[in-house]
Design a protein around this ligand. Structure first.
Ligand code: CA
Length: 422
């Protein structure tokens, strides 16, 4: 069962105190106007209490791993792209990220904007997230810097010696959670992984035969033809088993594995993470690789698949798509690469009537549904007023409505009330 009560969640605001910008750094970030101000302040008295940026660092951790939601606010001149850097104090290792491109060298981490969130006006904020492993303590970083200018209160006295205020104390909100196991590399979300103590996970390792049993049942929604679903004991993302689907074109060749227990146990908001590997690029015609029965829409399906060679959501009841299938809309989605495992995540929020989808840890902007109609993305979807989905199951497999075949594998399904990450 999902138990939110035992989910650790702490908010670790990074103390950020006013510090004076050095002339050189300020010039880099904000141009000559700030440089002039800094030089004047340096020669005439205390500098203004300028803060280049603030960072809010919120951690949700378990014994050997954590996710962090990081909100950065730019207090300097507008920028069209950003890079946030920091240094971990311990052995934290980032394994995935969303809404930013995150790279790590030793303890040093660099997070760059994801393109669509690069512009940050003065006073504007943006958020991104990451998942990481750790052992021992998981102290919040204390040296965030935005485009080279420090945000935090690390003791970096201004060269003219006129900084205001006294140096602040080091962050004291260091977690003191004891690790119960050492990290063993990239999490694979087997049921033995710590997050699966609270999330619902299935890696198909307990499937003995070739026909899915137990929580997963073969499902042929219309009629059974050549489409097939099986447990594959030779191909796996983790362990030695996965779900294999050989899908054909035409209604009778649709094939799914149906799970009716995991989704209802979580409710809303629903976060689904699954690794998928497939063989043939998404075709021009409409296909689905996952479907959820929407009890609030007459039992019709919410279908995640592809069209015009890019990922899309489709609402069966009225054929609305996300994104809209205009060239601009399709360009805001992404293909599903073939030949290797890829991490697919989505969330469906009944209360908000919203959805988001991530591929390999990065949100796909064309698959973002909120309550503000955006041309080329969710305007068509929102043409139905007060859409509030209530998914009650999950199908993984293949449906092709206009031609197209594929062989797919699914593994390491995780379902939870917040993002699991990849
Ligand atoms: Ca497996």
């Amino acid at each position: 069962m999902v138990n939110n009560e035992i989910r650790r969640r702490r908010r670790l605001p990074v103390p950020v105190r006013p510090r004076r910008l050095s002339g050189i750094v300020a010039a880099t970030l904000a141009g000559t106007v700030v440089l002039a101000a800094a030089l004047i302040a340096g020669s005439q008295g205390p500098a203004p209490a300028a803060v280049a940026c603030t960072v809010d660092y919120t951690v949700n951790q378990w014994a050997t791993g954590f996710t962090a939601q990081i909100q950065v606010t730019n207090h300097a001149a507008p920028v069209t792209g950003w890079t946030l850097t920091w240094t971990f104090a311990g052995d934290q290792r980032v394994t995935s990220a969303w809404n930013a491109q995150v790279a790590q060298t030793g303890p040093a981490v660099t997070a760059r904007d994801a393109g669509y969130n690069g512009a940050l006006g003065t006073g504007a904020s943006t958020s991104f997230g990451l998942q990481a492993t750790y052992s021992g303590q998981n102290a919040a970083p204390a040296d965030f810097a935005l485009n080279g200018t420090a945000c935090g209160d690390a003791p970096t006295p201004a060269p003219t010696g006129t900084a205001t205020g006294s140096p602040s104390a080091s962050p004291t909100a260091s977690p003191t959670v004891s690790a119960t196991a050492s990290p063993t590399g990239t999490p694979t979300f087997r049921p033995t992984d710590p997050i699966c103590a609270v999330a619902l996970c299935d890696s198909f390792e307990d499937q003995q035969g070739t026909t899915p049993t137990g929580a997963w049942q073969p499902s042929f929604p219309d009629c059974q033809g050549s489409g097939a679903v099986a447990v594959d004991h030779t191909v796996a993302h983790s362990g030695s088993a996965s779900l294999r689907v050989d899908g054909g074109s035409g209604y009778c060749n649709h094939a799914f594995a149906l799970n009716t227990t995991m989704v209802p146990a979580v409710g809303s908001p629903l976060y689904v993470r699954v690794y998928v590997r497939h063989t043939t690029a998404l075709p021009d015609g409409h296909v689905a690789i996952a479907a959820l029965t929407d009890a609030a829409d007459g039992g019709r399906h919410l279908r995640l698949g592809g069209q015009n060679r890019a990922l899309q959501w489709n609402r069966e009841s009225d054929d609305a798509t996300l994104p809209e299938q205009s060239p601009a809309g399709v360009a805001l989605s992404a293909p599903l690469p073939t030949g290797d495992w890829h991490c697919l995540e989505f969330t469906i929020d009944q209360t908000q009537g919203s959805m988001s989808t991530w591929l390999d840890g990065t949100e796909v902007p064309g698959l973002h549904l909120d309550q503000t109609p955006t041309h080329d993305i969710d305007s068509q979807w929102l043409s139905r007023a007060n859409w509030r989905p209530r998914p009650i199951d999950l199908r993984l497999g293949w449906e092709s409505y206009a031609g197209g075949t594929d062989t797919l594998w699914f593994d390491d399904v995780g379902i939870y009330s917040s993002r699991l990450g990849c």
